[in-house]
Design a protein around this ligand. Structure first.
Ligand SMILES: C[S@@+](CC[C@H](N)C(=O)[O-])C[C@H]1O[C@@H](n2cnc3c(N)ncnc32)[C@H](O)[C@@H]1O
Length: 199
């Protein structure tokens, strides 16, 4: 039986159900990502999760006023309550010795160790989440550290995408409505980097 992949998944990009580790990642860095369940006292939530994700849909953007018109975005297929987990951000886990500086899909996993997750050639639905700038007044989702129980007594450190907490604003209290685009903040650094690359 062929394993399922999401509708509209791009040809030539590998669909991942778990992170793919660079062979150049040294053991001491790997040991900060793959933790023993028995010895772990981490505060992060421990989840079990595996794609494809039915709560989201990869959709081509047809609205000409959308800044990523013609590209893809990630939309919800159901109401997603405030503070709820949506999906993990999967990709190629690497350090600075194995970095693609041209990637627009590279997310930091551990800033101190210089470890990132690059979803340019392989990843899951999360690689399609756009930045809110020019689309909405703010993001409706954010990255949070998570631990995933991968069995064999191992917890794997990943980045998870969560719906923003309700906060004080009435808008955020609704969470993400069915059919709404999921939007993150990539951070100003992402756009500043693109600007300097274009010069
Ligand atoms: C991680 S990808 C997001 C998915 C991408 N739209 C796709 O179809 O593969 C990041 C790229 O999406 C585009 N993008 C994301 N948010 C955007 C925004 N607010 N305005 C313009 N382009 C955006 C940019 O081309 C950026 O380099």
């Amino acid at each position: 039986m062929q394993a399922q992949i999401p509708t509209d998944w791009p040809e030539g990009t590998k669909y991942l159900r778990a992170p793919s580790y660079s062979k150049k990642l040294p053991k001491d860095k790997l040991d900060t990502i793959l933790l023993s369940k028995a010895g772990s006292s981490s505060k992060e939530p421990v989840l079990t999760t595996r794609g494809p994700y039915a709560n989201v849909k990869i959709t081509q953007i047809k609205d000409a006023s959308h800044p990523a018109h013609g590209q893809y975005g990630l939309f919800s297929t159901q109401h997603l309550p405030p503070n709820s987990f949506i999906l993990p951000y999967l990709g190629y886990v690497h350090d600075q010795s194995d970095l693609d500086e041209t990637s627009d899909y590279d997310l930091s996993l551990d800033r101190e160790l210089g470890v990132g997750v690059d979803a340019s050639h392989m990843g899951n639905e999360a690689r399609f989440i756009n930045d809110y700038r020019g689309i909405s007044s703010g993001p409706n989702a954010e990255f949070r550290d998570i631990l995933v129980d991968v069995g064999f007594g191992i917890l794997e450190k990943r980045m998870g995408v969560y719906v923003l907490s309700a906060g004080k604003s009435g808008k955020k209290a609704k969470g993400i409505s069915r059919g709404e685009e999921i939007l993150l903040s990539y951070g100003k650094g992402f756009w500043a980097g693109r600007q300097s690359a274009a010069i």
